[in-house]
Design a binder for this molecule. Structure first.
Ligand SMILES: [Zn+2]
Length: 241
């Protein structure tokens, strides 16, 4: 048993994780019970731009139909009111309710040694960073390089620094897993705020599903730290999982 707290935290995360396919099966049956089925919903996906997440996107598309893309670097959600208004224009509503299934899923690699933030990619001999944007942000925090202002040459990463920097607090450098969890919380909060801004008086019900996608050495992506909350006609329901 390792005494390295980062490895211990990674081990705990992996232990509670489930394969992406099992997670999506669970979303189908648990959301069907509250009236969300693929034919009456539009999926919205907030995941990182990293091509490692394309498998998750395709898996969501296979269950819930092609999703509206709301994710920026690290899976943060900067799509804003206008973006969500566009999504609202595409959502079914034959029974008088519009329904979104929103997935907010930051990601992290864990290699065979339990090192958090590393992943073996196809065609590369050396492993590389995942999530690269969060690793870069953490490096900036630890060296005091963060500026917390919008950089037109680096729009998404500077927005990420501003958004997560406000949650971290001055002088602190959280672990990469803790930063990933902060990214999950920020993504859900922002998605929810933009949906509420976009909806106006429209009858919109939303399932907010979030978690951390873990890239494991066996190549099968898993989901951990799941939170599932449905808002139906203003009433909040936590889905047990
Ligand atoms: Zn990433």
């Amino acid at each position: 048993m390792s005494h390295d707290p980062a490895v211990a935290a990674a081990t705990a995360l992996v232990r509670e994780s489930v394969p992406v396919d099992d997670f999506l099966t669970w979303t189908e049956w648990s959301l069907a019970r509250v009236g969300f089925v693929p034919s009456n919903c539009l999926a919205i996906v907030g995941v990182c731009r990293d091509e490692l997440m394309s498998g998750f996107d395709q898996a969501v598309a296979g269950r819930w139909g092609h999703p509206f893309q709301a994710g920026a670097l690290a899976g943060l959600v900067f799509v804003g009111r206008t973006g969500l208004q566009a999504a609202l224009g595409h959502v079914p509503g034959e029974d008088g309710r519009h329904r979104f299934v929103a997935f907010c899923m930051p990601h992290v690699g864990i290699d065979a040694d339990g090192t958090v933030g590393r992943v073996q990619r196809r065609g590369m001999h050396r492993d590389s960073a995942a999530c690269g944007a969060l690793v870069a942000f953490r490096d900036d925090l630890s060296t005091g390089r963060t500026t917390f202002e919008l950089d037109p040459e680096d729009v998404e990463q500077s927005l990420l620094s501003m958004r997560l920097g406000g949650m971290v607090g001055p002088g602190r450098t959280p672990s990469l897993l803790d930063l990933t969890e902060l990214a999950r919380r920020a993504a859900v909060e922002d998605m929810r705020r933009f949906v509420d801004l976009a909806r106006g008086r429209e009858p919109v019900d939303v399932a907010y599903l979030s978690g951390i996608v873990v890239h494991l050495p066996d190549g099968v992506d898993h989901v951990a730290s799941v939170e599932a909350r449905v808002v139906i006609d203003g009433e909040v329901i936590d889905l047990p999982h």
